[in-house]
Design a protein around this ligand. Structure first.
Ligand code: EPU
Length: 421
């Protein structure tokens, strides 16, 4: 296993290129399984989670090739309908093969994704959505077993107690493309990754209206063709580098950062006193004055993303004053709190609320990464902490950030990857 060693205290300066979006790439790669034709997907980030998805697709029988950031999928004739535990257990997002495989092969067997450190992650909305268009679904021996000799369009309310679900929307939208008649998804996820999936499906020949809105309409078609598509840039990676610039008092151009996907993050950083300017290449982030605390509540898009909550908490822990961070999507997603506390942050947890008493000076310490975004928050804290921070178990970071140490090093950070003893 690898670890990062970061020597804090350097103001980041320069420009950084954001990679393609992990969370757009995963359901889009899965959706190539809806057709027999060849699809070419560009701007795919070379990440552990992407490799896991490609392994599952190969296991199902598709021919898959990745060169640089381009993935070619030739699914013709794939016939295995089972995504096994040994692959699914390493990545929850594997569940997004359920909709495409069910629609194409009329049956699918996908291992139930396991528990997760960010809290319970039920699949009831995935099941509800697919059942509503005619799938027969059972949970057997740890597997979601779905059969659907005939899918029929229907109207379905897909909201849950925590709002819309990104991957439940992806599963229903992909399956509905090949159903007979019209499907209407109410309380659909509006995340840019869902809109990107809808754009790809449209290129394959699907008929979809209203993506980008909470009501998506899908008119089923008989078959889909392969298509070429370039994935959108990763808004969470962009947000993480914006927070890195802010926390180090830096001056960084975030290339490919798309302001249209970053409204809530830009708003909170600006309220905290960070100067953000749009340029033709992306967003220029600069700290020009002392920071102010801001309160943050995570919400489904276009609200503030849960995937930026931990990074924002790291920033608030060095900002003088009190800020309240409320996690409404994953009320237990606070694994980073105790590790940030090891570095001197003062954060009090009260259910889904974190009260951050900022301006404690952080100091380097050995800390442990627990999930992808928690690890990103520890890296941010380490960049500003006095002295050296060892972050172990960084395979979590490799799941979602492409060559993050090279990108940070180019901005001046003192960071090394080493083997853990
Ligand atoms: N939920 C249910 N029932 C379901 C599904 C979800 O109650 O059947 C609840 C969840 O427990 C949560 C809320 O709905 O409270 C939203 O979860 P969602 O289903 O939207 O999450 P997801 O689709 O499994 C994606 C991202 C996550 C991101 C969430 C929320 C991918 C591959 N993953 O997960 O990304 O946190 O949406 O925006 O797109 C990450 O990249 O670090 C990450 C965890």
């Amino acid at each position: 296993m690898d670890k990062f060693i970061i020597e804090g205290g350097v103001r980041l300066k320069g420009s950084v290129e954001i990679s393609g979006s992990k969370n757009a790439a995963l359901p889009i790669l899965a959706a190539t399984l809806l057709s027999d034709g060849k699809s070419v997907i560009k701007n795919v980030p070379p990440l552990r989670d992407v490799y896991t998805m490609l392994r599952i697709m190969r296991y199902l029988g598709a021919k898959v090739d990745m060169e640089g950031d381009v993935v070619t999928v030739e699914p013709a004739g794939y016939s295995n309908h089972t995504a096994p535990y040994k692959l699914v257990s390493t990545m929850r997002a594997s569940v997004c093969v359920l909709g495409p495989v069910l629609a194409k092969l009329k049956r699918a067997r996908v291992s139930m994704p396991g528990g997760c450190v960010i809290g319970p992650r039920p699949i009831d909305l995935h099941v509800k959505g697919l059942r509503s268009i005619g799938a027969d679904i059972k949970i057997e021996h740890g597997y979601i077993v779905a059969d659907a000799p005939k899918l029929r369009g229907a109207r379905v309310y897909l909201g849950g107690n925590f709002g819309s679900s990104v991957l439940a929307t992806a599963n229903l939208m992909t399956a509905a493309t090949l159903a007979k008649g019209k499907t209407v998804i109410e309380s659909a996820a509006c995340e840019p990754e869902i809109a990107d999936l809808a754009r790809f499906l449209t290129k394959m020949g699907a008929r979809i209206k209203g993506y980008d809105t909470p009501i998506i309409e899908i008119e089923g078609v008989k078959s889909l063709r392969g298509a070429e598509h370039s994935i959108i840039y990763d808004r969470i990676e962009a947000g993480t580098f914006m927070a890195a610039a802010a926390i180090t008092g830096g001056d960084v151009l975030i290339k490919h950062a798309n302001i249209e996907h970053l409204g809530a993050i830009v708003d909170k950083l600006q309220s905290a006193g960070i100067r953000i300017t749009r340029t033709k290449d992306g967003l220029h982030v600069k700290k020009t004055r002392s920071l102010k605390p801001v309160d943050v509540t995570t919400l489904p898009y276009p609200g503030f993303p849960t995937d930026m909550q931990a990074q924002m908490m790291a920033l608030m822990s060095i900002t003088k004053g009190i800020s309240v961070i409320i996690e409404k999507i994953y009320p237990e997603r606070f694994m980073h709190v105790s590790e940030l506390a090891r570095m001197g942050a003062q954060i009090y947890l009260e259910g889904p609320r974190a009260i951050v008493q900022g301006a404690s000076r952080l100091s380097g310490a050995p800390v442990m990464a627990s999930d992808l975004r928690a690890s990103a928050a520890l890296m941010l804290a380490a960049l500003v902490a006095k002295g050296k921070t060892d972050i172990s178990r960084i395979y979590h970071i490799d799941r979602g950030y492409h060559i993050i140490e090279d990108k940070l090093e180019k901005l001046g950070a003192k960071i090394k990857r080493e083997k853990e003893e």
